[in-house]
Ligand binder design. Structure first.
Ligand code: MN
Length: 291
């Protein structure tokens, strides 16, 4: 049984790169049905493909699943990002049921008017945020160890103490400022355009803030990515938005399916048939003699 959503948003899959979690993505897509699907940019990494061709079968499986969804009636909109900006020239066109748009307006079941856009046009400071995540991933412990070696070496050369940790922390802090500036710029643009909120990608940082939590009463949602976090944004039938951690979500569903164990017939409760079955009416049984 697939999960059904009114709308699904995914972004920053970076298909065509080794970092793409294509297997997890196709596994997740196979469990999902939706009326509308927005591909919020950087779905195919054309930048990287141009440097080096990388296209294993799992990446094909994602494309096949998307085409299948389109074939079954899911309305798919592809909003190219900066890594697939080559697709921007096809704005307004449709390929295999997937239409290409630079930006889109999505109206939720609750009547919220949301701007959907990749968001790279608002990224003026840093071109790439994967670096932000990587800086965090180095880990503070490793940083302190490096700091010790750094200063041992410095003192050996008679140089004064210099905090490497502090320098890097300042860099991380400026990265955080970048993220909040990006979010503010998008919220400002959404308000200027008369929208109730904005849904974007690009910075690989999944987030969902309601109008009350967002800046200046603007809803802010970021689909995250399929390189590190494997996240998606969904809208339920009642218009409620939810951020999904796809791997945890898949585990949860697998656990439920395992607990049901449909193969174990012995465990099935015996259900008595409460009513007599109707007798099929066939020609010649009606007793009118003419059959
Ligand atoms: Mn991007």
């Amino acid at each position: 049984m697939r999960a059904r959503f009114r709308t699904v948003w995914i972004s920053d899959c970076h298909l065509g790169t080794a970092g793409c979690r294509a297997e997890d993505l196709s596994r997740w897509l196979k469990q999902v049905d939706c009326d509308r699907l927005y591909l919020v940019g950087d779905v195919i990494d054309m930048w990287r493909l141009r440097q080096r061709w990388y296209w294993p079968p799992e990446h094909n499986r994602v494309i096949r699943r998307l085409l299948k969804l389109a074939h079954r009636g899911t309305e798919i909109t592809y909003l190219p990002g900066n890594h697939d900006d080559a697709a921007r020239q096809f704005d307004g066109m449709e390929f295999g049921g997937i239409r290409i748009r630079l930006n889109a307006l999505h109206e939720t079941a609750g009547g919220l008017q949301l701007l959907v856009t990749h968001g790279d046009q608002f990224d003026l400071v840093v071109r790439h945020a994967p670096g932000v995540a990587k800086l965090g991933a180095i880990g503070y412990g490793a940083l302190l160890r490096a700091n010790r070696w750094w200063n041992l070496a410095r003192s050996a050369f008679g140089l004064p103490y210099h905090s490497l940790a502090r320098t890097i922390k300042l860099k991380v802090k400026s990265a955080c400022t970048f993220v909040s500036r990006f979010e503010e710029a998008l919220a400002t643009e959404a308000r200027r355009g008369g929208f109730d909120g904005v849904i974007c990608g690009h910075i690989h940082k999944a987030d969902l803030r309601t109008p009350a939590e967002g800046s200046d009463g603007i809803l802010y949602a970021n689909c995250g990515d399929w390189v590190e976090t494997c996240s998606a944004l969904v809208e339920h039938d009642d218009g409620r938005l939810e951020l999904i951690d796809a791997l945890a979500w898949l585990d949860e569903r697998a656990a439920i399916a395992a607990s049901l164990d449909l193969d174990d017939v012995e465990a099935w409760p015996s259900i008595p048939m409460p009513l007599p079955l109707p007798v099929p009416i066939r020609a010649g049984r009606r007793g009118d003699g003419r059959a």
